[in-house]
Design a protein around this ligand. Structure first.
Ligand SMILES: [Zn+2]
Length: 485
């Protein structure tokens, strides 16, 4: 071992040097643990072997029927078998009676770094809205704040049954901020894509940090399928909403940023809140299946045909979108489905609403009925597909997750049907879309690890996540002198 070759003297010298380095750091940073790929990590429960017995199994696999009373056998992180009365000697049995067993939700766009701003964001006062607060406080965040924000948001995601998250990180202020966000995703045990972004307040004519992205790819992506990577593009052209917070690029800058991303093989995600950039991007030959757009509100039939032809996907975040004035569009789920555009579901942020995939599906159903109705049929099963398998398709990981298919990784949840808001259950899809809530999520499994059981974390320290977030949030507010006088 290398240490045995080091003299006591050189070890002491090293310790002294480290102490001096720490003393020069700010107090906050000096106390913070190293958040790096090679740094210490929180322990996660082991991947074992278990079989869920007697659940109402919704596979979401088009080739596999649902089972009103079925079993799911998991071993070493993978789904081994789905069926009735499975033979699984040696597997720990988990009682699934009175539960729906289904793939975990896949959230395809979430600014986890904003989770600390919850105490300060108001939905009803523009000056304290999401954009001004995140833009101002975001510029003062330390890497440790990034960690605490992301682990708070990820903990909420898991508790609501989300097993894969697309972390839309458009406040990467330094390599250490990227490390903080990635360490939080790793420590929570969630599967996800880290979309490496610009930073709040960064000049629009400055390229993104592609050397930093290459480093993250090298250090953080061991090809175990848990963490993948992409980029958050700044907005294209003048945008009516979110422009200042997300940046606004000329088409020449878009070509530069996207060109570098593609050299690294990284998929691209972009908000389209306001006048649509789809035709501009198409004219430049920039659209492809590696592009995800956010907020389908204002597209034309011609644009949807372009998206379908290019294999572009669109992520919908209905709870936030429904609050926008009709001048910036309407929620176009029916139009997207009719045109055959790939769609998926997302939370966006949790600063002034919570993560609730059930409410997101319910709201989409209600708005669809309100706007379009049966002219474009929309079943509750289709909405559950939108929140699960379609998210995996959007993120390019459907061979790995999104359905309960033998051979895929075991990302699944159990939803209690005996709770007062659910019982007695008839059609399980109807129950999930119209009746369920996050508190009904009993068990959450990611990559074969049981991260929540009986509605509680098995390893993550809930109280510490909360107290760390509270402390960081209050410190940020005082550094920013928020609210402004
Ligand atoms: Zn967003």
């Amino acid at each position: 071992m290398m240490l045995s070759h080091m003299s006591r003297r050189s070890m002491l010298k090293g310790a002294t040097a480290l102490g001096a380095l720490m003393a020069t750091s700010s107090n906050v940073l000096a106390q913070a643990p190293v958040r790096a790929a090679a740094g210490p990590r929180a322990p996660l429960p082991a991947r074992g072997e278990f079989v869920i017995r007697g659940a109402h199994v919704l596979t979401m696999d088009p080739g596999l029927a649902d089972l009103p009373s079925g079993d799911v056998h998991v071993r070493d992180g993978a789904i081994v078998a789905v069926g009735a009365n499975l033979n699984a000697p040696g597997a720990t049995a988990i009682q699934g009676n009175g539960m729906i067993c289904m793939p975990g939700f896949i959230d395809t766009h979430w600014h986890l770094w904003t989770s600390l701003f919850r105490p300060y964001v108001r939905a009803d006062v523009d000056a304290f809205g999401y954009f001004p607060v995140s833009n101002r406080l975001g510029q003062l965040m330390t890497p440790e704040d990034s960690y605490r924000a992301v682990i708070l948001g990820t903990a909420e995601a898991l508790s609501a049954g989300v097993t894969t998250i697309h972390n839309w990180a458009h406040n990467v202020r330094s390599p250490e901020h990227a490390d903080g966000e990635l360490a939080a995703m790793r420590d929570a045990g969630i599967r996800g894509r880290f979309a490496y972004g610009p930073a709040q307040g960064m000049p629009d004519d400055q390229m993104m940090d592609f050397a930093g992205m290459a480093r993250v790819q090298r250090d953080w992506m061991p090809n175990d399928g848990m963490l993948t990577m992409g980029i958050c593009s700044r907005n294209v052209g003048a945008m009516s909403i979110g422009g200042a917070a997300r940046g606004v690029l000329s088409i020449d800058m878009v070509k530069k940023d996207w060109g570098e991303a593609r050299k690294l093989g990284l998929p691209i995600t972009l908000h389209t809140s306001g006048p649509s950039p789809i035709r501009i991007l198409e004219a430049e030959g920039l659209l492809g299946p590696d592009v995800q757009l956010i907020h389908p509100l204002l597209t034309t039939l011609e644009e949807r045909d372009i998206l379908k032809a290019r294999g572009v996907s669109y992520s919908m975040a209905p709870v936030g979108e429904a609050r926008r004035p009709s001048a910036v569009g309407v929620i176009q789920l029916g139009e997207m489905l009719e045109s055959g555009v790939k769609v998926s579901l997302s939370t966006d942020h949790t600063t002034n609403y919570n993560c609730d995939p059930f409410v997101a599906m319910r709201l989409l159903f209600a708005i669809h009925q309100h706007r379009i109705g049966n002219k474009v049929p929309l079943s509750t099963r289709r909405l559950v597909q939108l929140a699960t398998l379609d998210g995996a398709v959007d993120l390019g990981i459907a061979s790995r997750t999104g359905s309960l298919t033998p051979g895929k990784r075991a990302d699944l949840i159990l939803v209690r049907t005996t709770d007062i808001n659910m019982a007695p259950v008839g059609n399980p899809y109807e129950a999930l879309v119209q009746l369920a809530q996050p508190s009904n999520v009993d068990m959450v499994v990611v990559d074969g690890r049981i991260l929540r059981q009986a509605g509680k974390f098995t390893a993550l320290d809930h109280a510490k996540v909360l107290s760390d977030a509270r402390e960081a949030s209050a410190a940020l507010r005082s550094r920013a002198n928020w609210p402004p006088a």
